[in-house]
Each structure stands twice: as structure tokens, then as C-alpha cells.
Write a protein that binds this ligand. Structure first.
Ligand SMILES: NC(=O)c1ccc[n+]([C@@H]2O[C@H](COP(=O)([O-])OP(=O)(O)OC[C@H]3O[C@@H](n4cnc5c(N)ncnc54)[C@H](O)[C@@H]3O)[C@@H](O)[C@H]2O)c1
Length: 441
């Protein structure tokens, strides 16, 4: 169906193939951009729009988060905290807990979480809630952009179809876009240089998306549909999950043959084409790698048989933390570990962030505690940690006395001298080349 046909059934339209595209003046976003969800993704996104000179309203349902942002007490690089302070001080970025503000904005950008449940099924609740609010507040002329990683078809199902039911003609009087986020928290890369993918419900939706996202990056790649953009993001992160599982498998095999996997990945990395080095580790954490492939699998009729590679990789990654626990038991020479003192170095899911979501460290610590070990941790980025209601505090003093130290995450400012004098060190990062007492996972 063409946008110009006057029909409004978004489901039956053919995205990316407008046969009569109405003339569209270069879209302006003078009435501002509303960013919904001010987490690891949404906050830098809002700062980016504000820096581009667009009045930006950042909306978050969590009052504590809003308060932390207004104080600058957020998990961001110091440079980004300065940018935040400037945007708040000059008033280009305003904060709100009220979705009322949405209607006045020319563009609404959705950045809410898309986690998985305890049974590793997609948790649709935050996305469904926010999309129904956006649809309820939508007005003609808005560009609605979903950036949260999600299942194929979600933008159509949660935005396009409900808008059509409200009487909008999507692609004529309102525009729907999916543009996945590629932020790499903890890294200093210039986001302006990281290309972004955009997919629209129609070609004109894609062009609206391009105009908006161009404020955040110099390089926008427009694909033909919402679904192509959704699947692009799922491919990017499933690719990473599969390769991490693969290199873990090779690391286990290498240890059996007494080969250093670091030497092997370094050597393989000299191949100038067709190989990309991945580092083995204690598992995969954060809001992306352990979650996103499940949004892909969930959309398939038979996940295990339709996508056996992804399925096997995710199962392998899920089991990885318990492999660390088994290896710790081997090193302690006590299969039950009862009473052993074990200190974890670094509980964040990766270096340079305070984020512990889905961190393998949590599962490792839980399993060790359940087995009777006395568990402590050191992480200058994570002062305290809650594991099933048990509150732990980062305590560097316990390193020296621990029966075993498990190095889980090495933050950039961690001084390796702190490991000197430790009795036994299990290196789950495969990075401790210069610590004589360390053995790899
Ligand atoms: N964190 C990353 O590295 C990263 C990278 C690329 C993509 N993503 C994707 O981006 C999305 C957001 O991830 P994140 O890490 O920023 O999540 P987050 O948990 O850090 O932030 C989400 C924010 O949304 C707020 N929120 C939830 N429901 C809301 C609602 N109805 N209205 C307004 N605010 C609401 C929460 O309070 C929270 O502050 C996810 O889909 C994730 O997969 C994340």
C-alpha cells in the first residue's frame, strides 16, 4: 500500500516502497525532542540533542534517577558529566517525570530498558508501557523513534498499528522509525563518529529518522524497513554472543592442551581478513549480550531448531559463571569450598562502568556463598552490592587474607600491585600476563 493511497492500515502497507511520496520540507524539530528513559542510552542521547541546539526534554519515571542526573551523580565519563552540566545549566536539556510534555515535542525518542526475565524470556513490560503512553500522547507532525533493542516487528506492533487504530496515517501525518543504539558505555569513543542505522515504516519515515539521527552522528545508514533495522541490532549483538561463547570454548580446549589462548587469539588476529579477535572470560554481562539474542530467539517458532547456533551460544554463556565456580573449587582443592574465603576483583560486567546488570560476578558470588564460602569483593566503581538480599561492601583489605582471589573485571584504574601477596589468583579475564601467582580460567 502506498502512503498516498489514503488507506491507514499500517499492517498491510509495504514499508520502504512509497509510490507517491508527498513533498516533505526538510523536517525541523523546533518544538524540541523528548527522550523517554534517561539510562545509559537515553541520557547521552538527550545530551547529544541538546548539544545540537534542539530544546530537549528528558523524561524518566524514576525520581531517584532524575535527582541523580540533576546532581551529575551518574555513571558517565567525566567528560560526559561536564557536557551534562552544560546542557542542564544553559537550559537546553530539561528533566521531567511527566509524560505530559510529549505532545509538544516534534520528535519522541524511546530509550527504555528491554531486559529478560529470570527464565530468559523477553520482558516486554517497560516497552509496552512507554509505547502506549507515546501513542496516547501522539499528535500530527511528530517523528517517533524507538531505539531500545527489541524483537522483529515490535515497532510496528507497539507504535504503527496502535497509531493507525487512533486514526493516524503513518508516513503521511506522523512518522515511525526504529534506530538501534550502539553506545559502548565506558568507552571514550566520539559518538558522532559511530554510524547509526535507521529504518522507517516508509521511505519518508526513514528520511525523517535520518534527519533526526543526523544530529547525533555524521553517518546514518538507512535500511528499507523497521524490521530490517530491528534485525540489524539483533544480528550485531548475537554475533558477539556467539563469538564470545566460541572463544570460551577454545580457551577451555587450549587449557587442556596447555596452550595459552591469549597467544592463539593474538596470532589469529594477525589475519587481515575474515577473523575478528574476541577475548574469553567469565561470561557475558550487561544489558545487551546476555539479553538481546533472547529477543531474537523469542520471535522464532522453534528457537532451539530454527536457530541452533544462537541457542547453543546462549546456553553456553549462561553456564559460564558456574564453570568459574568449578575451577575455583579445583584450585582450592576443596570441592565444597565451605569456609573458604574468596575475594572477587571487579564485579561490574565490564571495565570502566559501575553497571552490574547481568554481571557474571553476581552468579559466581551467589553460587560460592550458597556453597558455604565466605565471599568478599573489591570494586572501586561499585561500593556496595546486593545479592539476594545480602548486602556486601567493596573491601580491599580482604584481598591479602583470601584463600583465593578471582579476578572478574579489571577496571582501567585498578593497580595490579594490589594482587601482590595474594595466596592464589584465578584470572577469569585472561589479561593478567604479569602476575606470577595467577592461573587462567
Ligand atoms: N546499555 C547499553 O550499553 C546499551 C547499548 C546499546 C543498546 N542498549 C539498549 O538501549 C535500551 C536502554 O538501555 P539502557 O542501558 O539505557 O537502560 P537503563 O536501564 O540504563 O535505562 C532505562 C531508563 O528508562 C527509564 N524508564 C523505564 N520505563 C520508563 C517509562 N515508561 N518512561 C520513562 N522512563 C522509563 C528507567 O527509569 C531508566 O532510567 C535497551 O533496549 C538496551 O538493550 C543499551
Amino acid at each position: 500500500m502506498c502512503e498516498g493511497s489514503g488507506k491507514t492500515d499500517g499492517r498491510s502497507s509495504a514499508p520502504g516502497h512509497d509510490c507517491r511520496v508527498p513533498k516533505d520540507p526538510a523536517p525541523a524539530f523546533d518544538n524540541g525532542v523528548a527522550v523517554l528513559g534517561l539510562g545509559y542510552v537515553g541520557l547521552p542521547t538527550a545530551i547529544g540533542f541538546a548539544e545540537a541546539g534542539v530544546p530537549t526534554i528528558g523524561v524518566d519515571i524514576c525520581p531517584e534517577r532524575l535527582s541523580a542526573i540533576s546532581r551529575g551523580a551518574v555513571d558517565m565519563a567525566p567528560y560526559d558529566r561536564k557536557r551534562l552540566a552544560v546542557a542542564l545549566d544553559d537550559g537546553t536539556l530539561q528533566l521531567s517525570a511527566e509524560a505530559e510534555q510529549l505532545t509538544s515535542a516534534d520528535a519522541v525518542v524511546i530509550c527504555v530498558p528491554t531486559p529478560i526475565t529470570a527464565t530468559r524470556a523477553p520482558d516486554w513490560a517497560p516497552l509496552q508501557t512507554v509505547c502506549s503512553t507515546v501513542v496516547a500522547k501522539a499528535r500530527e507532525g511528530q517523528t517517533l523513534v524507538l531505539t531500545s533493542t527489541t524483537a522483529v516487528g515490535a515497532t510496528r506492533y507497539l507504535l504503527v498499528e496502535p497509531l493507525v487504530r487512533r486514526g493516524f496515517s503513518v508516513g503521511r501525518d506522523i512518522w515511525c522509525v526504529f534506530s538501534p543504539e550502539r553506545i559502548n558505555p565506558g568507552s571514550c569513543e566520539d559518538r558522532q563518529l559511530v554510524p547509526r542505522v535507521v529504518g522507517g515504516h516508509s521511505r519518508m519515515c526513514g528520511e525523517r529518522g535520518r534527519a533526526l539521527v543526523s544530529m547525533l552522528t555524521d553517518d546514518v545508514h538507512v535500511v528499507s524497513s523497521l524490521e530490517a533495522a530491528e534485525l540489524t541490532k539483533l544480528l550485531e549483538n548475537t554475533f558477539r554472543a556467539v563469538n564470545i561463547a566460541l572463544v570460551n570454548e577454545f580457551a577451555d580446549a587450549a587449557r587442556g592442551w596447555d596452550i595459552d589462548i591469549r597467544e592463539v587469539t593474538l596470532a589469529a588476529g594477525t589475519k587481515p581478513y575474515g577473523f575478528m579477535p574476541f577475548r574469553p572470560g567469565p561470561g557475558a554481562g550487561g544489558h545487551c549480550i546476555p539479553c538481546d539474542p533472547h529477543w531474537f530467539l523469542d520471535g522464532l517458532d522453534e528457537p532451539a531448531t530454527d536457530a541452533p547456533v544462537t541457542h547453543a551460544a546462549m546456553r553456553s554463556l549462561a553456564q559460564r559463571p558456574l564453570q568459574v565456580v568449578t575451577r575455583a573449587a579445583e584450585l582450592l582443592g576443596d570441592p565444597h569450598r565451605a569456609g573458604s574465603s574468596i575475594a572477587i576483583v571487579g564485579v561490574a560486567y565490564k571495565p570502566g562502568v559501575a553497571d552490574v546488570r547481568e554481571s557474571p560476578a553476581i552468579e559466581i558470588m551467589r553460587a560460592l556463598m550458597d556453597a558455604g564460602a565466605v565471599v568478599s569483593y573489591v570494586d572501586d566503581w561499585v561500593p556496595s552490592l546486593d545479592i539476594d538480599g545480602r548486602r556486601l561492601f567493596s573491601d580491599p583489605r580482604l584481598l591479602a587474607s583470601a584463600d583465593l582471589v578471582i579476578v572478574h573485571t579489571l577496571h582501567p584504574d585498578f593497580d595490579l600491585a594490589r594482587l601482590a601477596g595474594c595466596r592464589s589468583v584465578l584470572d577469569a579475564t585472561f589479561e593478567l600476563t604479569d602476575v606470577p601467582c595467577a592461573v587462567t580460567l
